[in-house]
Write a protein that binds this ligand. Structure first.
Ligand SMILES: C/C=C(\C)C(=O)SCCNC(=O)CCNC(=O)[C@H](O)C(C)(C)COP(=O)(O)OP(=O)(O)OC[C@H]1O[C@@H](n2cnc3c(N)ncnc32)[C@H](O)[C@@H]1OP(=O)(O)O
Length: 719
């Protein structure tokens, strides 16, 4: 797990060898300790260089080890032996030095970084803090403000920034290890005391309290209810106010409060879930590691509405040439200007030049005959989409992949009108498509493994978190959203207000409650879908009870809000009122309160006090319940996939892990019992009826979420 070599006759080269990221697992810690002992006791050795194999210094502690009891030597004493030794130790940082890897480098006397290396303390994103001395050593090295920012955000910095901050001693474009070996020889004989970070005094700003208070306010605003950043601030305070040894003790006490917390478990689960989600499978046995994606050099996007424009930008900024198609000259011109503006702003922000030369705008589908892949992003209307796919089938060369950005329509029905159903898949982006990280790749029953591999790999290239899902109405994300939204409006009927429901969800951790979010997204889209599907409007049979559709409970309040022209922020009125159209500051609206009161008295509903607990349980347990049904139906391969979709597409609070992980943390038995209770109270809401999979898991003793897959295996799968 670490290779020991004597090089240049007098330098011990210790290479960490734990692929893929040289994490500091127990055998690696052992090997470092043994290698250091050997180097320090060998009279031939005058200096030491520590590097990582395969151009990666070290990705930090082995996160997988956090779930079990500590085995092997604890990290801090291993690192302390490096600093305390009487021979200069140089860290040769290539690739990355993160978390414990960065802390390892901070215990070395010198640090050399390759110019492409990234450094950082991302522990906060895992719900913990840099507890191998990071919170005590970094402030001593670079001062409180810069250290505080790095530690509370977990931001990775470049080698150049690390040099500017004084973290590394030299940046090289050459091999960091070679440079470090030369550097180490020159360091021999120089005094080591000033190089021992633990002996430095933290430069303490005069306004320390104000600085820490401002940082506290900032993290509370940015990540309300999240514990780790607040603990990081307390640890940094200790670096400023306590001697090193006491500060280390404080760091370890604070770590103890976080290490076994539900938030840490949730955030670490998110880390692995995100990586698991890329590992797609199909019923044919094809999967991520045995299917080759095609290279996509050119693409076309049809439709330059909000979604289409975002997709064009996402493609062009990763170097793919794009033909953008609209149906009318005016729309095309408007789209062109907006896309160019977006790309220019994006390039300016990233400090690169805008790739405008990759763009072509056209009114004719005929121009698409040679592209590698098409993404259709026209209006959400099946007849229109079918016409587009028929046309594409005639125009595009036989090998072109045809993808749709539909948010829930039947991908296989579109495949069926083409001459190449195996080359058709869904690529469901989230709005705004150039910002949102999620991509649902919809696998139709006839989509080939090459098609899915290509869509997944293209998503990755565009910087998206791509998740393979099955072809069912709404796919995974939007399918689950419906029962969640329904519960929110049922709660309105029963006595809650939009602001009460939003507050309960925001206290839970959502950045925005369901009504504020709906106002932002626009209420008219859902209204149109409901009208088209005959749930509201003239097509509804007048004999139909107003609060029922097909025997199920239906809440017409969202339709009534839309009938008043209240479409959300864009019209200055929705579930809330705004000072003017486009404003974002939502204020409770007495007119909505009136509407609710009139509605309740018209239908003889006695409003009752509804607790926050009921709001959370009904909204979130029903969400998870639909997730269980999706797993049962085989439309998602694993609970992790569902959670990743909700984390990246619907801003589910990361420290809660996602709806499925949250259900497991609450306890499946409790979720089942509450769903049974609510279903008994509302038998006309089938979504509240506990799913078969939930019952099965409870019957099996509520296994942890990572083991659910074994119980799902026996059910049918589309993935
Ligand atoms: C106290 C706490 C201390 C001292 C700590 O150090 S906590 C850990 C701090 N470190 C991190 O948070 C870094 C986490 N890793 C990453 O950010 C990234 O993996 C990376 C930037 C190091 C590399 O990114 P990339 O090249 O895209 O590769 P992947 O992210 O896909 O990772 C490859 C596989 O390695 C596994 N991995 C990565 N880091 C760790 C780790 N620290 N411990 C255990 N396993 C790790 C990752 O899960 C991937 O595994 P597979 O999916 O391939 O099985």
């Amino acid at each position: 797990m670490a290779r020991y070599e004597l090089v240049k006759r007098s330098v011990a080269l210790i290479t960490l060898t734990n692929p893929p990221v040289n994490a500091l697992s127990s055998p690696v810690r052992h090997a470092i300790a043994n290698s250091m002992e050997r180097a320090l006791s060998d009279p031939k050795v005058r200096a030491v260089v520590i590097c990582g194999e395969n151009g990666r210094f070290c990705g930090g502690a082995d996160i997988r080890e956090f779930a079990g009891p500590l085995r092997g030597p604890p990290l801090i004493p291993v690192l302390e032996a490096i600093e305390a030794g009487d021979k200069p130790v140089v860290a040769a940082i290539e690739g990355m030095a993160l978390g414990g890897g960065f802390e390892l480098a901070l215990f070395c006397h010198y640090r050399i970084a390759q110019s492409k290396a990234r450094l950082g303390l991302p522990e906060v994103t895992l719900g913990i803090l840099p507890a191998a001395g990071g919170t005590q050593r970094l402030p001593r090295l670079i001062g409180i403000p810069a250290a505080l920012e790095m530690i509370t955000t977990g931001r990775h910095i470049s080698a150049q920034e690390a040099l500017k901050l004084g973290i590394v001693d030299q940046v090289t474009d050459q091999n960091a290890c070679e440079t470090a070996l030369e550097f180490a020889l020159k360091a021999v004989g120089k005094p080591l005391s000033p190089r021992r970070v633990s002996t430095l005094t933290t430069p303490c700003p005069p306004d320390l309290d104000a600085l820490l208070e401002a940082a506290t306010m900032q993290v509370k605003k940015k990540t309300p209810g999240v514990m780790a950043p607040l603990a990081c601030i307390q640890a940094v305070r200790a670096a400023a106010t306590m001697p090193y040894s006491k500060g280390m003790k404080r760091e370890s006490e604070l770590m103890a409060t976080l290490f076994n917390s539900g938030q840490a478990r949730a955030l670490q689960y998110c880390f692995f879930a995100q990586r698991t989600a890329g590992k797609w499978t199909l019923p044919s046995g094809a999967q991520w590691n045995n299917s080759k994606p095609r290279e996509i050099r050119s693409a076309a996007v049809i439709g330059l509405g909000t979604m289409g424009r975002g997709i064009v930008v996402s493609l062009a900024r990763v170097g793919i040439s794009v033909i953008a198609v609209e149906s009318e000259k005016k729309l095309l011109e408007n789209g062109r200007q907006m896309v160019i503006g977006m790309l220019e702003r994006d390039a300016k922000r990233r400090g690169v030049s805008a790739s405008l030369n990759l763009l072509k705008f056209t009114l004719s589908l005929q121009d698409l005959k040679d592209v590698d892949l098409v993404i259709e992003a026209v209006f959400e209307d099946m007849a229109l989409k079918k016409r587009v796919f028929q046309e594409l089938s005639k125009v595009c060369r036989p090998g072109t992949l045809l993808c749709t950005n539909t948010s829930g329509l039947d991908v296989d029905a579109l495949a069926g009108v083409t001459d190449r159903p195996h080359l058709v898949a869904g690529m469901h982006f989230f709005s705004p498509a150039h910002v949102m990280k999620l991509l649902e790749v919809v696998c139709g029953p006839r989509s080939s493994s090459e098609t899915i591999a290509t869509a997944m790999s293209l998503g990755k290239k565009m910087g998206k978190v791509s998740v393979a899902v099955g072809n069912c109405p709404g796919f995974v994300g939007n399918r689950m959203l419906k029962p969640y939204l329904d519960q929110a409006t049922f709660l309105l009927e029963e006595g809650a207000t939009p602001e009460q429901i939003d507050k309960a969800l925001e206290d839970f951790g959502f950045a925005m409650g369901v009504f504020r979010m709906s106002d932002l997204a626009g209420l008219d889209v859902g209204w149109r879908v409901r009208k088209e599907s005959g749930l509201t409007g003239p097509d509804v049979d007048p004999k139909n009870p107003p609060r029922k559709r097909q025997g199920r409970r239906y809440c017409p309040i969202p339709d009534m809000v839309c009938e008043q022209g209240r479409f959300g922020q864009k019209t200055g009125r929705g579930w809330y009122k705004y000072d003017k159209p486009g404003d974002t500051n939502a204020k409770p609206d007495p007119l909505i309160q009136n509407l609710l009161e009139t509605y309740r008295s018209r239908y003889g509903i006695q409003p009752r006090n509804i607790s926050d607990q009921e709001i959370i349980e009904r909204c979130l347990f029903v969400l998870a319940n639909e997730g269980f049904r999706i797993l049962e139906d085989g439309m998602a391969a694993r609970p992790e996939d569902i959670d990743v979709i909700y984390l990246f597409g619907y801003a589910f609070p990361r420290h809660r892990g996602g709806p499925m992980f949250y259900a497991s943390m609450v306890g499946l038995e409790r979720v089942l019992e509450r769903l049974e209770h609510y279903h008994q109270a509302h038998p006309d809401v089938p979504h509240l009826e506990p799913s078969a999979l939930l019952k099965k898991l409870v019957a099996c003793g509520s296994p942890p979420v990572q083991q659910w897959r074994e119980h799902i295996k026996t059910m049918r799968s589309h993935l």
